[in-house]
Design a protein around this ligand. Structure first.
Ligand code: GLU
Length: 525
């Protein structure tokens, strides 16, 4: 520790006297009143305008643990990087949360939930550190730091501000005043007590205890340009005062873990339990090898992709849940649980590395999920998607909900044999496009038997029940010498343009007499 600064100097260094003492902060953010074992988790995105599928994966962990333990899940916006601010970026996060059904409970008592609005809190903690000699004002300029870095590189040392390279580490009050009088604004740095020769053991709920060399970096706590905290310092203050019990974050933060442990120890605060998640991989289409998903190359790295393409959000969640908890699929197949929300998940089961996100597998979950929906639900979801994300064609298809309900209701009445050829909402509409005259493409290759079609039309009655309808097809077959199946195939292709469709009788019933006659006549010509 170094000598602490006087109250007046702290106020000058920070630009204002701190608003709270540590005790006042503790009183302002009292322990939460929650059942034993309740998880308090948070999703803490930096609003970049892009939500990665990996973010959704970690939100699912946060949310699931909070939900299953009757705890709390928060959304905290980490907007302390004013240089990287993007317009509308918070909306991207909020709309994804909404669309995927992640409801957060941002209790006012522990707010605000935008870090840019929590400056008073960070400055108050920083003031405490300045007063107790655990932090100091640093007046190094960008040029000074460049110079230091060059020197360190040339000498083969680790870069950063530490030890002998931390010029202002033991700065005196007089020197500080002289700098301030010149109008310079300092950053506030940690006075690190770490020694890289020593090891610190940190806990990760998935990986267990991990030993690291201690960090001796005098990291920046408060930045000079805007007075906002760095991630390290904001995380310390926020997760303490918000009473976060579990921090779920990407494995890229693992190297910072010793530093974060040191910060909590310095404050005599209990660190949260950390869960560092593996980055999501995919199988590269060209090389066939497993690799990280790339924001640049892979459209599915972007959460917005799933919404735009109309992937059922529940299926995405189910699949991510299965990546997280490998036993889930089996429990579901055995009928032990209905959805991921009923499945008891344990931190230890979360994969440590190589979590594979495979679009083909997602397809399976999507088909299963859509297959499980009652037709009214299916229609509601398709309509909602088309109206928000669909093309004009999609919008036209959903305009007549009664017709759409008929179309999508085909082969859904027997729960044991539900059709499983719908994957996304957009593909669903494309799959049934032939039902709309504007979208129907007659089959120019198929060689129709005009006699059979004519014979069928002669006896066709749109109110025939299925048996009568079939008897008429058999009669046409007898008359024309075709097989029953050939007659049906002629009708199928005439009506849909396709040789493969769901139940033909249902198709004709939904299309209605007028459309059926028109299409068969079209095929005869
Ligand atoms: N803002 C940090 C990030 O986006 C949050 C990490 C954390 O969850 O603590 O990576």
């Amino acid at each position: 520790m170094r000598t602490g600064l006087s109250k007046d100097l702290i106020a000058r260094v920070l630009g204002a006297a701190p608003k709270y003492t540590l005790d006042e902060l503790e009183a302002k953010f009292p322990p939460r009143n929650l059942p034993d074992g309740a998880f308090v988790t948070r999703f803490a995105p930096s609003p970049t305008g892009f939500m990665h599928i990996g973010n959704l994966y970690s939100v699912l962990i946060d949310y699931k643990f909070a939900q299953q333990s009757k705890g709390v899940f928060m959304l905290r916006i980490e907007d302390t990087d004013t240089k990287r601010e993007v317009q509308g970026a918070v909306d991207v996060v909020k709309s994804a949360m909404h669309n995927f059904g992640f409801v957060y409970n941002n209790d006012e008592v522990y707010g605000p939930y935008y870090q840019s609005q929590r400056k008073d809190i960070y400055h108050s903690v920083a003031a405490h550190l300045l007063a107790t000699g655990r932090a100091y004002p640093c007046f190094l300029s960008a040029e000074d730091m460049d110079e230091i870095r060059e020197k360190q590189k040339a000498a083969g040392f680790a870069t950063g501000i530490y030890g002998e390279f931390a010029r202002d580490r033991d700065i005196t009050e007089e020197e500080i005043i002289a700098y301030l009088d010149k109008g310079l604004v300092p950053s506030i740095r940690l006075y690190s007590m770490g020694n890289p020769e020593q090891r610190i053991f940190c806990k990760d709920a998935v990986r267990g205890s991990i030993g690291f060399p201690e960090s001796n970096e005098d990291i920046v706590l408060i930045k000079s340009n805007d007075g906002l905290p760095t991630y390290h310092f904001a995380h310390l203050c926020d997760d303490h005062f918000m009473h976060t019990t579990h921090v779920v974050r990407g494995e890229e933060w693992l190297p910072s873990l010793p530093l974060h442990y040191q910060l909590f120890r310095m404050m005599e605060w209990v660190p949260p339990i950390y869960i560092h998640t593996a980055t999501l991989d995919k199988i590269d289409a060209e090389s066939g090898k497993q690799r990280k998903m790339s924001k640049r190359k892979d459209p599915e790295a972007n959460v917005a992709f799933f919404l735009q393409e109309g992937w059922p959000t529940d299926a995405v969640i189910e699949y991510l849940g299965n990546i997280l908890a490998s036993g889930y699929e089996e429990a579901k197949m055995k009928g032990q649980v209905k959805s991921f929300w009923d499945y008891e998940m344990r931190p230890k089961k979360i994969p440590m590395s190589g979590a594979l996100f495979d679009m083909k597998k997602l397809e399976w979950w999507a088909k299963e999920f859509i297959g499980s929906l009652p037709v009214s639900e299916l229609v509601a979801r398709v309509v909602a998607w088309a109206n928000e994300y669909g093309t004009d064609t999609n919008k036209m298809q959903v305009a007549d909900v009664k017709y759409l309900t008929g179309v999508l209701g085909i082969e859904r009445d027997n729960p044991k044999r539900v059709r499983k050829d719908f994957i996304t909402w957009s593909q669903t509409l494309e799959n049934v496009a032939f039902f709309w005259d504007e979208l129907f493409v007659p089959n120019a290759e198929y060689e129709f038997n005009s006699d059979a079609l004519r014979e069928f039309l002669a006896t066709y009655n749109e109110s025939d029940d299925k048996d009568t309808w079939w008897a008429k097809i058999v009669a046409v077959a007898d008359k024309t010498g075709l097989k029953n199946g050939d007659v049906a195939m002629n009708l199928r292709v005439a009506l849909s343009g396709r040789t493969n469709t769901p139940d033909l009788y249902s198709i004709m019933t939904v299309m209605g007499g007028e459309r059926v006659i028109k299409r068969i006549e079209g095929a005869i010509k």
